[in-house]
Structures are given as C-alpha cells and as structure tokens.
Design a binder for this molecule. Structure first.
Ligand code: ADP
Ligand code: MG
Length: 524
C-alpha cells in the first residue's frame, strides 16, 4: 500500500476519535516485569496496569500496580523484530533523564531506556497493528505533529567530519541517526568536504530545494552553523529562508556554544552525554524564534552572527587553541594557560567601544508603532541591513547623538559580545542571556587586572562566577560599535577568524528559527 493510502486507511480506522477505536482491553507482558499488564493509551502516556493473577492469594498486594511511559520522555513507538514473532513486540523509544547528581542540581542527561511490551490481546495481526498505530499517533500528537508516515519533509543534516576531535560521524551514526529514525524523522546527510562547503551549498541551492527540508541540522561546532547562516545571508531571499528553514545543532565540535545554550534554556544538564539530550531535543523540537546579529565591517563586508563577536585575549586564545584540537573542549583551557604564562605580559588593545543599552533601545522601540512585527513587513527580498533600527547606515556615519549611546575609550584586554548564555558546555559566559531576549551581552575586561585575577575569573567561568568579578564589565545592549585604535588584533565572529577592523553590530531580535523543544525555557 502506498504511504498516503496507508495514512488514509489509518485515519479511517481511528476516526472519529482515536479513543473510540482502541481495541479494549489490550493485554500483554511488560518485558523485565512479572505478570500480565493491561495497556491504556491516553494523550500523555502509555499506562500499564498489572492484572491480578487468576486465583492468586497475593492478588490484593499486586492489584493496580502501574507503570507509566510518559510521552515527555518518548520520541516514538514501533514494533521490533524478535525472530518469528516480530509484530507482537511493541517498543516505546524512551530517553529518560538520569537523577540529579546532588539535591538542588538539575537532573542528569538523558539516556535510552526502552519499554518493551509483548501484545497478547488482541491476538489477530490487524488488531496488533492497530494498537501500534494508535500508540505512535498518540506520541506524535503529544509533540504537536500530525500523525502519519514519516519523512514527508526530511531534515537536511550537514556534518563536519573534522569538527571537534573528529568524532562527528560516529556520534551521528551511533546516537542521533537511530534516535531520529525512532522518532519517524527522515533526513538527508551531507558530509562537508572542506571549509566553505556549507556556505556554498546554502547560498547556491534553489530555494525550493532548501524549503523541501523541514529543517537544517548541524553536526559540528558553532563554526559550521555560522558558515551555513552566512550562506543564507548571501542570498536575495535570505529573509524568507531564515523565517522558514529552522536550524538545530548536534554538538560535535570543540565548544558547542549554541547547542549548549539552547539546551540550557530548555533546563537540560550539560555534561559528557549531552549529545543524547541534544538529539532527543531535536526529535521533540519545534521551530522557535532566536536572535541573530548583523555584523558590518569598515571594509564593507558583513556577516550574520549567531553566537559572539570576540576581540582581544579570548579571540587569541580561541585561535591558538586550534593546534590542541585533539584535546576536545580542554583545548581552550590549555591555550588560556599558555597565553597567561607567556613571558612579556598580556597584549593590550586600545579601542573605542560604544554601545546602545538594551533598555534604551527597548523604550525607543516601544514608542515606535511598527516595531512589533518581528523585523518583517512581508517583504522577504529586503537586504538584512534594512532590518537595522538603531545603527547608522555605515561606519563612516557618526553614532546618533542624544540617543543613549555610551562610549568607552579604554585599553582593553578583551571585548566579547555574546548572544548566548554559554560559549562552550563548560563556559557559562553570560548567565542572564537567553536565546530570544533581544539582548547582546557586551562584556569587557580593561587592562590593569592582574594575571591572578584573570586566572580566577577563568576558573570560575564554568558556573558563571566570573560575572561577579569586579574587573569583569558587562552591558546588555541592542547594538554596539567597536573601533580598534591601534594596529591589528585577533577577531573571531562565532569562533571563526575575521579581519581586524572597525565594526558595528546590531542584534536582530528573533530573526532566526531554532529547533528546540517548545515546552520550556524560551520566553514567547
Ligand atoms: P569546532 O567546534 O570543532 O571548531 P566547527 O563547526 O567550529 O567545529 O568547525 C570548524 C571549522 O571547520 C570551521 O571553520 C568550518 O568551516 C570548517 N570545516 C567545515 N567542514 C570541513 C571539512 N570537511 N574539512 C575541514 N574543515 C571543515
Ligand atoms: Mg569552531
């Protein structure tokens, strides 16, 4: 039977309401547990109730013992094969959170924990098949998806085999691909062949082709996402694609800041097994608006940033850490230690930093009637720069006077602006930052701070403790301008190296769409 026909057939079988068609009672054996269980399917869970054994003296004790397989933890339901009796083993693909490591801490990462149920009643194969369909439809509905055959619009998966410690292939093959299949999500995998491949693919593919995917999944670090977004940014129909092609990230890179920040906003624990949690979140995701930022350089080049603009010490550490890639996430700590210990002291970067505090921009936006339309008036072929509300057209124009801009001309050790809470799974750099709060956290450390204090800040970045250090300055902003006043200096945008020149940056609130679970975390 063709997929569409089969879908019609299923909807006929379960119409008008799924509950009416449930072949009651559904009985069977829960693998790993004693006895016979009755299955009840509802909108939130599969509920199994143990049946009292016939004429058992112990029946009173066992009566009504139940086991709940919540759809909050389940990505799909299917039959699994077991020799000759393949279609009777119903399997719920569950990924449960491990208990918290200590009281008051967030619960642990998710781990796979299947629920296997051997159906005894109904006994006829069509009845058994119907039970399976009803279960998977209930899970699909709980995720806000239309039940039906999988894979109508696949995900486009871009995998960088060189990211992190070179384990992206393994991670995808062993963790994410099986989970997506269990969730009924089809995908097309493209392994990048070199730096720039993702940019070309997203810049040059026809829009219809890109929109035939339900989303774009990056299996890498933040650099590949940046590449992909800048491929879109180079197209005349960029706005249309940003609004219709959501992106998700499976963390396979060195830092994985965007994946970590989205998971953090979702209340998830970030540790070694965070990849399973991220894949689970992807299966459960819906497109949610997230902030992006337009970076305009004095040379005329422009970039679409999704994470950070980084100048000075931390950009230097990021670039120098490349040679320790084999160490994974630890490479940043080593590069920082080496930089700190290097003779000759730390380089000082003289620069002018101007920023527009977020509150000032928000108050101004509130006065302007047309700002609530999320950067859009329906014209999808406008250039990104036309979305700016607070910056002048070009860097050669002065900043508006009396508009609330603050300017600091200082000797800096570092300036780093972040759109996200995390710069890596173990780097809680801008704790108050949310992916869609309309704010870019401009932070800086001025020259004069001792190496000991710098080291202290670095050592407390895992839990955000550096944020309270007196030498660490931060402004929640909507836009900023950075003008280096002496020659050269390391610059990274989203962790990727960029020329050192004057630049201005404006946050474009909720311009992008991220694939992240809808339930929690991100304000709407
Ligand atoms: P990581 O967190 O490990 O740095 P990124 O996603 O940031 O991972 O990617 C690192 C760099 O690898 C980026 O500059 C990206 O352009 C580049 N890149 C992408 N695909 C490939 C490839 N196939 N071979 C080499 N480099 C690649
Ligand atoms: Mg990178």
């Amino acid at each position: 039977m063709a997929a569409a026909d089969e879908e019609d057939e299923v909807s006929k079988m379960v119409a008008p309401s799924a509950a009416a068609a449930v072949p009651e009672p559904i009985r069977g054996h829960l693998i790993g547990r004693q006895g016979t269980w009755q299955l009840h399917i509802d909108a939130a869970a599969l509920r199994f109730v143990r049946q009292p054994p016939a004429a058992s003296k112990e029946s009173a004790k066992d009566d009504n013992e139940s086991f709940v397989c919540s759809f909050d933890d389940t990505v799909g339901v299917g039959f699994i094969s077991d020799g000759g009796c393949r279609s009777r083993y119903l399997c719920a693909f569950r990924y449960v959170r491990r208990p918290a490591a200590a009281p008051g801490r967030p619960s642990g990462p998710r781990q796979r924990s299947l629920v296997l149920f051997r159906i005894v009643q109904p006994a006829d194969p069509p009845g058994v098949a119907l039970v399976g369909r009803l279960c998977s439809q209930a899970v699909a509905r709980s995720m806000g998806r239309e039940p039906g055959p999988p894979g109508k619009r696949p995900l486009l998966v871009l995998l960088n085999p060189r990211s992190g410690q070179g384990r992206a292939d393994k991670l995808f093959r062993e963790t994410a691909a099986p989970l997506l299949e269990e969730a009924g999500l089809a995908h097309r995998l493209v392994r990048t062949e070199s730096a720039g491949h993702a940019t070309r693919l997203l810049r040059d593919s026809p829009a219809e082709e890109l929109l035939s995917y339900s989303g774009l999944v990056i299996v890498s670090g933040d650099g590949l996402l940046y590449e992909a977004l800048n491929g879109l940014a180079g197209r005349p129909d960029c706005l249309q694609l940003l609004r219709r092609l959501p992106f998700g990230v499976l963390p396979a890179g060195g830092g994985n800041a965007v994946a970590a920040s989205l998971a953090h906003a979702n209340g998830d624990c970030l540790d070694r097994d965070f990849a399973v949690t991220a894949a689970f979140n992807l299966a459960k995701a819906r497109p949610r608006p997230v902030d992006l930022a337009l970076v305009e350089a004095a040379s005329g080049a422009s970039y679409l940033a999704c994470l950070s603009v980084n100048y000075g010490l931390l950009a230097q550490v990021d670039l120098e850490s490349e040679r320790y890639r084999f160490l994974g996430g630890a490479r940043f700590a080593l590069a920082f230690g080496i930089r700190l210990a290097a003779p000759g002291g730390l380089r000082v970067y003289r620069a002018r930093l101007s920023y527009l505090p977020a509150e000032v921009a928000e108050a101004k936006d509130a006065e302007t009637a047309d700002v609530s339309n999320e950067n859009g008036d329906g014209n999808n072929r406008k250039p990104l720069a036309s979305l700016k509300r607070h910056l002048p057209a070009s860097l050669s124009d002065p900043l508006p006077s009396n508009a609330g801009w603050v300017t600091e001309e200082v000797d800096y050790l570092l300036v780093l602006a972040s759109l996200h809470s995390h710069l890596a799974t173990d780097n809680f750099y801008a704790p108050p930052c949310r992916p869609d709060d309309g704010r870019i956290y401009v932070t800086w450390v001025a020259a004069g701070v001792s190496k000991v204090d710098l080291l202290r800040m670095f050592l407390s970045v895992g839990d955000g403790g550096h944020f309270r250090a007196p030498a660490f300055c931060c402004a929640a902003a909507r836009a900023f301008r950075l003008e280096p006043l002496d020659d050269g200096g390391p610059v990274c945008i989203d962790g990727e190296t960029a020329p050192c020149e004057a630049m201005q940056v404006e946050l474009l609130p909720r311009l992008g769409l991220a694939l992240t679970p809808a339930r929690i975390g991100i304000t709407n």
